[in-house]
Design a protein around this ligand. Structure first.
Ligand SMILES: Cc1ncc(COP(=O)(O)O)c(C=O)c1O
Length: 512
């Protein structure tokens, strides 16, 4: 009998949650041991013949002992990784209400096109003359992004939103230096994503926080009071991280420009306004776009991301290399400083950026068309507001009135219940939902930021809303046990988060 049919758990009985089983398995959810714990020394997935005798050429540096990989058969390896993949809750499994970190449906068409050998198998060191199709694709992506933002230049190479911010603030800094000016402060609203102040600080600027007004928008008076000729830029997110449109944006842009500063927009939430608003018309000088949020490329997980940056004409000369330009003989790559690219800030990434993401984003843009992109933005906003209306009677809405693509609640409704935002989120896991974003933005207490995205149906939003409402009612009725014990039905129970943060065990070691 094969002994790898089940990876039997050694978990103690008290760790089994509500229903104990002999094996530690739960229904068809198999409890998984680490691959090293499944090791059978000497077992191997392939039969290799003994190598013919050979003359060592490493001068005594040859490995003498085993390499330390676990011995496993092929079925064991397949089952291990299949079971691990089944433990991962994903946007393909169900509604994923993370606000700000949008988990957007990745259409299969995009994946199919990204795997076309003509795109997937090319090498970044191939001579440009052999990859003209890929260059055309990059140029077409740039064309779409320029059209949608209204900005004349696009830097495509940044590998994520945060990397795009770095690109943008470095370009702004280069422009300031080229003018021979000295500017030391960057204004960042208190509600901003942490990457904004981090970027400004990494570029050597002092971060000056701007308070939020009672409407959840930038406090215009405080912003104006902070503006001066030592301000390099304002970094504003619009729609902001409270899920609200900054409706004073034209006045903000005028005030920023009046002191000679640049207006940087964190465009991570462009998915709520794409096709409806062109950032250039709002007075924005520089803005990154998260392809994973607006154009449906896969998000995070350490995988390749893409955060192109749209630049106004004044900042375009500082865009990072390489540049793709229309030359006499068609598309040409500018790889080094010189000529029009004399002031480029240099390279931010190897080669041209994440080609696979460009293919996916273009597939999304072209299959939707301009009207389809606009529809996706409108549906995202509709879904956000649908949930707002469904839930505002039960949860505490942080700022009144319509929202954009995401809706922000705080923990006011949990007051005196003994239940925290964290408990509430863990209870959602037991109900089969990934939690919403918790404790961000920081400007409200116990934040719960929900973004349903445009692909969720009314039925799926209703189901989610019913569960959230039922949990809110349970919290108010004093059913604290349910929350404190949550999650009860997951392969692992709640971690001691303090110990996990203070004393992380990051490496498995074989027990002696
Ligand atoms: C408002 C905002 N700004 C910046 C970022 C950073 O983007 P990335 O995670 O791609 O670095 C995010 C991430 O989701 C975001 O929500």
């Amino acid at each position: 009998m094969n002994d790898w049919s089940r990876a039997v758990s050694q978990r103690p009985a008290e760790d089994l949650g509500a229903i104990g089983t002999i094996t530690g398995n739960r229904g068809l959810q198999i409890e998984e041991k680490l691959i090293f714990e499944q090791d059978s020394p000497g077992r191997c997935g392939v039969d290799l013949t003994e190598p013919a005798p050979f003359q060592p050429r490493l001068g005594g540096l040859e490995r003498r002992g085993p390499i330390g990989l676990p011995g496993l058969s092929e079925p064991q390896v397949v089952r291990h990784f299949t079971r691990l993949s089944q433990k991962n809750y994903a946007i393909d499994s169900g509604l994923y209400p993370l606000g700000s970190c949008t988990m957007k449906h990745n259409p299969r068409l995009n994946e199919k096109l990204a795997r076309l050998p003509g795109f997937a198998d090319i090498h970044p060191l191939q001579p440009p003359s052999t990859v003209t199709g890929a260059l055309m694709l990059i140029d077409t992506v740039a064309h779409w992004l320029k059209t949608l933002t209204g900005m004349p230049a696009i830097a495509l190479s940044p590998g994520a939103g945060a990397h795009g911010e770095l690109c943008g603030i470095m370009s702004i800094r280069a422009a300031i230096e080229a003018r021979g000016e000295q500017r030391s402060r960057v204004l960042v609203p208190e509600s901003a994503h942490g990457t904004n102040p981090a970027t400004a600080a990494a570029c050597g600027y002092t971060v000056d926080p701007v308070p939020t007004d009672p409407r959840g928008r930038v406090d215009l008076k405080s912003l104006k009071a902070r503006l001066g000729t030592d301000v390099a830029a304002l970094m504003l997110t619009n729609p902001n991280t409270c899920g609200l449109f900054e409706n004073d944006i034209l006045e903000i842009a005028a005030a920023v420009h009046a002191v000679g500063a640049s207006f940087y927009c964190d465009g991570a939430n462009f998915n709520a306004i794409v096709g409806r608003v062109r950032p250039a018309d709002l007075g924005i000088d520089c803005m990154h776009l998260n392809l994973h949020k607006t154009f449906s490329t896969p998000h995070g997980g350490g995988g390749p991301g893409s955060g192109p940056v749209a630049l106004a004409a004044e900042l375009a000369p500082y865009a990072p290399l390489p540049w793709l330009v229309h030359g006499a003989d068609g598309l040409e790559l500018v790889e080094h400083r010189g000529g029009a690219a004399e002031n480029a800030i240099g390279r931010l990434k190897g080669f041209h950026g994440q080609m696979g993401m460009f293919v996916r984003a273009l597939a999304y843009m072209m299959s939707h068309g301009a009207d389809g992109l606009r529809q996706a933005a409108e549906d995202a906003v509709l879904n956000g507001n649908y949930l707002r209306v469904q839930l505002e009677g039960e949860l505490s809405l942080s700022f009144p009135g319509p929202c954009m693509h995401e809706v922000l609640f705080d923990d006011g409704f949990l007051k005196d219940t003994g239940v925290t935002t964290l408990d509430f989120a863990k209870a959602l896991i037991d109900e089969g939902y990934h939690p919403m974003t918790m404790y961000f933005p920081l400007i409200v207490h116990g934040a719960m930021l929900i973004e349903p995205t445009e692909t969720e149906s009314k039925a799926s939003l209703d189901e989610f809303a019913e569960v959230v409402k039922a949990l809110a009612a349970a919290a108010r009725s004093g059913d604290n046990g349910r929350f404190r014990a949550a999650p009860r039905l997951t392969p692992r129970r709640r971690l001691d988060e303090t110990t996990a943060a203070r004393n992380p065990v990051l490496r498995w070691r074989r027990q002696a």
